[in-house]
Each structure stands twice: as C-alpha cells, then as structure tokens.
Design a protein around this ligand. Structure first.
Ligand code: HEC
Ligand code: HEC
Ligand code: HEC
Length: 281
C-alpha cells in the first residue's frame, strides 16, 4: 500500500474519532500549565503532538494490518498503542480523567483476536476518550500554543511617528476611518479627503506587521493588497470629483470594511479575544 493511501486511511480514521461534543456549550478554558513543558519554548520538540501521532499511528496501524491480514504487526501495534496511551495519560495530571486504560486494554485484546468486527466494536470505547478530549481541549491548545500574540507587536504610526501597541494602533486606524465616513456623511468633502490620506497611510502601514508572524510576502495579497488599493483609489476619485457620487463612495467603504477589516478580524482577532479573556482572569 502506498504511503499516500495509508495516510488517507489515517485521515479517515481521525475523522471517525472526531465525535461530536456532548455538551451544547463550548467552554474554552486555558490549558493547564503542566502542558507547557511539552511545547516550545519550554520543550524543543512539540512533544504532546508527537505523542498524539504515535497513538494515532498505532491505532490506525491495527486496522491497516488487520485488513492486510498481517497479524504479527496487528499485535505489535496493539501493544504499542496501550503503552503509548498509558504514557500519555501520565503527562498532564489535570487531564488524567480523560483516559480510560481499561478501554485501551480491551481494544488491544479485541484486536489480538484478529477479528475485524470485534476490533471495530472495541475501538469505539477507546476512540470516545480521544474524541472527548479533542472536543473540549483542542481549540484552547491551538489558541495557547499555536497562535502568536498580537499583544507583543508594536506599530509605528506613520502620521505621529509614535510607536504603540497593536490594539492602540487599531483604535487609531478605526478613528481615522471614521473621520472619512463621518465627514462624508456631513457633506464635508474636503475634511473627508484629508482624513482619507491619514487613514490610507495608517491602514497600509499594517503591511509592516505581517512579517512578524508570516514568512512569505504572499499573504499580503489579502486585507492590505489589491482590493484595498482599488477601494482607496475609488474613494480618492470620488472625493476629488466636482460632485462626489455617494453610491460609489459607500460601495468602496463597504469593500474596505469587509475585505480589509472584517476578513482580517475573522482570521486573526478570534484568537486574540480568547487570549484576552484568559489574561483578564
Ligand atoms: C487528554 C486529552 C487528549 C486525549 C485523551 C487525546 N488527545 Fe489527541 N490531541 C489533544 C490535543 C490538545 C491536540 C491538539 C494538539 C495541538 O494541535 O497542539 C490533539 C491532537 C491530536 C491529533 C492531531 C495532531 C496534529 O498534528 O495536529 C491526533 C492525530 C490525535 N490527537 C490523536 C489522538 C488519538 C488517536 C487519541 C486516543 C487514542 C488521542 N488523540 C487522545 C488532546 C488529546
Ligand atoms: C501575530 C501574528 C500574525 C500577524 C501579525 C499576522 N498574521 Fe496572518 N495569520 C497568523 C496565523 C497564526 C495564521 C494561521 C495560519 C498560519 O499560521 O499561517 C494566519 C493566517 C493568515 C491568512 C490565512 C492563510 C494562511 O496563510 O494561513 C492570511 C491570508 C493572513 N494570515 C494574512 C495576514 C496579513 C495580510 C497580515 C498583515 C496585514 C497578517 N496576516 C498578520 C498570524 C499573524
Ligand atoms: C492584520 C489584520 C487586521 C486588519 C487589516 C484590521 N484589524 Fe483591527 N484588529 C486586528 C486584531 C488582531 C485585533 C485585536 C488586537 C489585540 O487583541 O491586541 C484588532 C482589534 C481592533 C479593534 C479593537 C481595538 C482595541 O482597542 O481593542 C478595532 C476597533 C479594530 N481592530 C478596527 C479595525 C478597523 C476599522 C480596520 C479596517 C479599517 C481593521 N481593524 C483592520 C487585526 C486587524
């Protein structure tokens, strides 16, 4: 079997494990401190994830080999799964209750009968223990260990030349945006045109922040790319016209608000909200 095919089997298998959460409300608690030692910077390697891959490989390995009738390897994977599952259960004391060693042993015993139906049935009990923890903890772990913090990013305002924190800078961008729209609404086109210049340079300065987290320039096609350029050009054109066309003006404002602010917030701000809540407690 090609490795690609085996991999796709694992993926199917993982989806199979991703049982829906039982509770109707999702609670995102900050992961326990003791998990930190299995993630950078405390650990060089992301040891928790590596442990997950080991369990997943042995769990999947049982079924791949059952299908191939390679029973020697079925037994090996079954034993290794129990071993790694036990090891994982001891890594984070706060999470011990998620593990059910008996379910792992029952699965290994069923796998060793070399009967696919029995193994499949017993896998449910074990798979549920994986699925419950994933449903309750995975997003929290992504937020805590995979999302860099915007809080640490400083931006230099091109207008005042002052350096400030990212959230303060956002407030600046937001108020210069208002300067454009409020003045336009009042028919004060000169003031709106002046505010647009400030707003444009502050907004485009956000480009300087992308490389704090991204390694390719390619991402700058989004939010601060061509759509924003087109919208800014359209706005300037209306404001410089003898008689600005409100329809065209507001259309471009809408475009900026959506592809500039909203799309970035949907991707990047969600995690900031969660972290902020954790930091406040
Ligand atoms: C006590 C909680 C817990 C249990 C039990 C658990 N997991 Fe996980 N698992 C996690 C967390 C947290 C993540 C997210 C890790 C990350 O993205 O940093 C994860 C991620 C994974 C991943 C994805 C790894 C990746 O590269 O993103 C796989 C595969 C996985 N688990 C398999 C399993 C299997 C199979 C079992 C059961 C035999 C299991 N897990 C049991 C907490 C758990
Ligand atoms: C504080 C860190 C941080 C900053 C600053 C940041 N991003 Fe991201 N961004 C991320 C993370 C983390 C992801 C999730 C996927 C990943 O790691 O690439 C992401 C995802 C994205 C995605 C989705 C596609 C992809 O590559 O995953 C786009 C597009 C994107 N960012 C664009 C930008 C742009 C444009 C800027 C600058 C205006 C920016 N980002 C600034 C952290 C950041
Ligand atoms: C790089 C992507 C990005 C773009 C583009 C962006 N924002 Fe933000 N914005 C964020 C993030 C991330 C936060 C949360 C910052 C934090 O938690 O430190 C935020 C926070 C904010 C806040 C709250 C500030 C505070 O004090 O907490 C406002 C208001 C805001 N943005 C308005 C806007 C407006 C208006 C635009 C468009 C003109 C815009 N943003 C464009 C990423 C972006």
């Amino acid at each position: 079997m090609s490795s690609a095919r085996i991999f796709s089997l694992f993926i199917i298998f993982i989806f199979f494990l991703a049982l829906p959460a039982q509770a109707k409300d999702m609670i995102l608690k900050e992961p326990p401190q003791s998990l930190s030692k299995y993630y950078p910077p405390e650990s060089k390697e992301p040891k928790w994830i590596q442990q997950m891959h080991k369990m997943s490989t042995h769990f999947g390995g049982v079924f791949v080999n059952l299908k191939e009738k390679d029973f020697e390897n079925v037994d090996k994977h079954a034993d290794k799964l129990v071993e790694e599952y036990k090891k994982t259960s001891e890594m984070v004391p706060e999470w011990e209750e998620y593990f059910d060693i008996k379910a792992a042993e029952a699965f290994a015993a069923a796998a060793k009968t070399h009967d696919m139906a029995k193994a499949g049935k017993a896998s449910g009990g074990l798979g549920k223990t994986c699925g419950k923890c994933h449903a309750e903890q995975e997003v929290a772990v992504w937020t805590r260990f995979h999302w860099p913090s915007f809080r640490k990013i400083k931006v230099t305002d091109p207008i005042s030349e002052k350096e400030m924190g990212f959230d303060d800078y956002m407030s600046q961008v937001s108020s210069s945006f208002k300067g454009v729209t409020v003045n336009f609404g009042e028919g004060q086109y000169d003031r709106s045109a002046k505010a647009l210049k400030t707003f444009k340079s502050q907004f485009m300065e956000l480009k300087s922040t992308c490389s704090k987290c991204h390694t390719t320039d390619d991402v700058k096609r989004f939010y601060v790319g061509e759509d924003a350029d087109t919208a800014f050009a359209g706005l300037a054109k209306e404001l410089n016209a003898e008689k600005p066309n409100p329809g065209k003006f507001w259309k471009n404002i809408g475009l900026l608000g959506k592809t500039g602010c909203k799309h970035c917030h949907l991707t990047h701000r969600t995690y900031s909200f969660i972290r902020e809540t954790w930091e406040q407690k």
